[in-house]
Design a protein around this ligand. Structure first.
Ligand code: PMP
Length: 398
């Protein structure tokens, strides 16, 4: 019946991670998938998560279905984290938020929503992008294009080109943007650049779709939400997909949110209703465990403060790894400009290594980097840094 179907080649990132695990060498480095590892190479189980789970276990509860839109306490906590507790868009009831199945689920529901609301709208995604963006939005029936974002020569943002291209888009085009820690390049807009971009989005009547999967990993939980808040301040209507996979280290619990900023409470009610209709026909309602755990941390001032600390520790470790990589590479290979390690932010660095160099790193040194040359920085630590920078220097020398 199904013999005619194509074989699924697998996700290239997960496939390479698998190859890493099967590599029998004892000295090897996994810089593939976007997971935060601590200095010992472990995926952390945050203390605040453990505390929230202990409290939950001490008071076992039945597990009925959650509402289609998710837990109310979770949804309001997501809103406060994104917009700031007292933002006018929240006070005036202009944000429709649902609890989603991870950040990916938020992107999918948002894609279905936009395709139904604006069937002729097409979407513009940064070049380069997180590949799944294309798959998710094309899967929702939206035609995708790219806008200029990153210059491989300078390893910096092509801001003028980006601005020029976005200012020429047809009305109601959808523009996918990363408020912080751009995946895959680690190159972000500065607050000043956001302030220049926002009037362009407004003048073109474009529909911004913000994807924030690394809040807290760039400059801080509040600082990283700058673009979200600046757009809300400017009175734009837009969507935000957020994820707690990384900043709560809760990848498998699938905790995310989709928020749509609207122009009135009436519109907000209509939008929330449509989001619920979409969810009902895909997965009916979200899972409970991760939602309860994250909501109880976010809504408890003491646990929230501890969580902020835990996020700061992850952020600080990433920054120190970046610094170390830059220092060692500058010492070992002075002719190589490794400043990008410190100018880029968040989980990823975009090395610009060639296919042959990536292959040599993999085959000769057991250093696994995905084909785009994107490094997941937290895979580096004080134990493997020397080995990694030696391998890089050896391959770069040719
Ligand atoms: N957006 C971006 C930019 C991401 O990097 C990721 C995770 N790799 C996601 C969304 C999806 O997040 P989640 O794992 O919560 O589905």
């Amino acid at each position: 019946m199904f013999e005619h179907l194509e074989k699924y080649a697998g996700d290239p990132i997960f496939r390479l991670g698998e190859a890493f695990h099967q590599d029998p060498r004892s000295q090897k480095v996994n810089l593939t998938v976007g997971l935060y590892y601590d200095n010992e190479g472990r995926i952390p189980l945050l203390k605040t998560v453990q505390e929230a789970e202990a409290r939950r276990n001490a008071n076992p509860q039945p597990r009925p279905y959650l509402p289609i839109e998710g837990l109310a306490s979770y949804r309001s906590a997501v809103q406060k984290l994104l917009f700031g507790a007292n933002h006018e868009v929240l006070r005036s009831g202009r944000v429709a938020t649902i609890q989603s199945v991870g950040g990916t689920g938020a992107l999918k529901v948002g894609g279905d929503f936009l395709h139904a609301a604006y069937p002729d709208s097409e979407m513009w995604i940064s070049d380069p992008a997180w590949d799944n963006h294309f798959a998710i939005f094309q899967g929702a029936g939206i035609k995708t294009h790219t806008y200029a974002y990153y210059d491989p020569e300078t390893k910096a943002l092509l801001f003028d080109q980006m601005l020029g291209q976005l200012s020429a888009l047809p009305k109601h085009s959808i523009v996918l943007l990363h408020p912080c820690c751009h995946n895959p390049t680690g190159v972000d807009l500065s607050p000043e650049q956001w302030r220049q971009l926002i009037p362009v989005l407004a003048a073109g009547e474009l529909i911004p779709f913000l994807d924030i999967a690394y809040q807290g990993f760039g400059a801080g939980l509040q600082e990283d939400a700058y673009a979200v808040r600046a757009m809300a301040d400017a009175g734009l209507s837009f969507l935000v997909a957020n994820s707690f996979s990384k900043n709560f280290s809760l990848y498998a619990e699938r905790c995310g949110g989709l928020s749509v900023v609207c122009s009135s409470p009436d519109e907000t009610e209509r939008v929330l209703g449509q989001l619920k209709a979409i969810v009902r026909r895909i997965y009916s309602n979200p899972p409970m465990h991760g939602g309860q755990v994250t909501a109880s941390v976010l809504n408890d001032p003491e646990l929230y403060a501890l969580w902020e600390d835990e996020v700061a520790q992850m952020r600080t470790r990433i920054a120190s790894v970046r610094q170390k990589a830059h220092e060692q590479l500058s010492a070992k290979l002075p002719a190589y400009d490794s400043r990008y390690f410190v100018t880029q932010r968040g989980m990823f660095s975009y090395t610009g290594l060639s296919t042959a160099q990536l292959q040599a790193l993999r085959e000769k040194h057991g250093v696994y980097i995905i084909d785009s040359g994107r490094i997941s920085v937290p895979g580096l630590n004080t134990h493997n840094m020397d080995y990694f920078t030696d391998a890089m220097a050896s391959v770069l020398r040719g």
